[in-house]
Design a protein around this ligand. Structure first.
Ligand code: PLP
Length: 355
């Protein structure tokens, strides 16, 4: 375990809320509030667990390759995209003279730096600045040219700022990484919610990571995919233990790929709820950076994200305190269902009135 803090209810909080008769609405892990689809759960339950699944998760990789129109050799499946982050660092940061540097576009998801460390690589960071948190693409390009990291990592759209880079910027970063003899890893965990023009695919010098966790709201099943040039995927697979994806997870994923209607409808509803939440927060004076993801980054009243999180708990809303991202003055709030936006804004109003 890397010791990185993640979202979710903390020890004892669920019991405390139950004792107070409050049903938690978990907006701390940024899952699709409309999932999981019943057919996906049914498929997981019906899976045959009395025999081994395919040792390389090939049925899932084949389905993905077909769906995305890429060669099978360019797709890897893993135990969540978290496993693939670690495999990508291990495979791509290696070099003849030992592991090199990993450049991380921060503030961002906490597992990139431990994954770089586990690969024996040194982490460097280029950090987007408050209040807009625009990703400093030119600065990243300059750092790539100057420091020649083996791997540059960007999360697109970024967790926790919600900033989305257009595909053209990802192309520019890929070219910079290639010119410096390195790789660009793009974590697209939230890309399903980003609308057009953000998502990319495998290309020379680029590995893209995706997950079923967020769109299909199945964090307990652990399924992610990596897309990249065949040689990079082979290097990642060489480091992966057999049976990385369980039989229930493979069955659920294959079903999830068939639930295109659910995906489209819930993405559209999340966009409506996100617009309502952002507008409601801005109307209340919160300087919320525009989000291309299914969450928003919110400056906490009084500048204390931990206190804001705690104050919202009695209303049932569980948000993510952003201290572990180096942003102690912020919380990240996942977009709830459309009908939960007004109750959430009302809960925020009650906290502000009480403070
Ligand atoms: C940016 C990002 N990448 C990857 C992950 C890990 O997702 P998975 O459940 O696929 O391991 C998360 C989870 O919060 C995330 O925010």
């Amino acid at each position: 375990m890397t010791g990185v803090v993640h979202g979710g209810l903390r020890d004892g909080e669920r019991a405390q809320m139950a004792a107070a008769g409050v049903t938690p609405i978990d907006l701390s892990a940024s899952l699709n509030p409309y999932g999981p689809h019943a057919a996906v759960i049914a498929a997981a339950r019906a899976a045959e667990v009395d025999r081994y699944p395919d040792p390389r998760a090939l049925p899932l990789r084949e389905a993905y390759a077909e769906r995305l129109g890429v060669r099978l050799e360019c797709v890897l499946a893993g135990n969540g995209s978290s496993e693939l982050i670690f495999l990508a660092m291990a495979a791509l940061a290696a070099g003849e003279e030992g592991p090199g540097a990993v450049l991380i576009a921060g503030p961002t998801f906490g597992e990139y730096a431990p994954a770089a460390k586990a690969a024996g690589a040194r982490s460097l960071e280029v950090r987007a600045a408050a209040p807009a948190f625009a990703v400093p693409v030119d600065e990243i390009v300059a750092r790539i040219a100057a420091e020649r990291p083996r791997v540059t990592v960007v999360c697109n759209p970024n967790n926790p700022t919600g900033q989305g880079l257009p595909a053209s910027a990802i192309e520019m970063l890929t070219e910079a990484a290639l010119a410096a003899g390195g790789w660009l890893v793009v974590d697209e965990a939230y890309v399903d919610f980003a609308g057009d023009g953000v998502s990319t695919g495998p290309a020379p010098g680029r590995v893209v990571l995706r997950t079923l966790t967020k769109l299909h709201a199945i964090p307990g099943l652990r399924v992610g995919t990596a897309l990249g040039p065949a040689a990079a995927i082979a290097e990642m697979e060489r480091r992966q233990p057999p049976w990385p994806v369980s039989a229930p997870a493979i069955a659920a994923s294959l079903q999830a790929l068939r639930e295109g209607g659910f995906a489209r409808e819930s993405i559209a509803a999340v966009a409506v709820a996100r617009d309502g939440l952002e507008a409601g927060l801005r109307a209340r004076g919160f300087a919320v950076p525009p989000s291309r993801a299914n969450f928003v980054l919110v400056p906490a009243p009084g500048g204390d994200g931990g206190a804001f999180r705690a104050a919202l708990l009695p209303s049932g809303f569980v948000v993510r305190d952003c201290a572990s991202f180096g942003l102690p003055g912020y919380v990240r709030i996942a977009v709830p269902r459309v009908e939960q936006v007004e109750p959430l804004l009302a809960a925020i109003d009650r906290v502000r009135e009480g403070s």
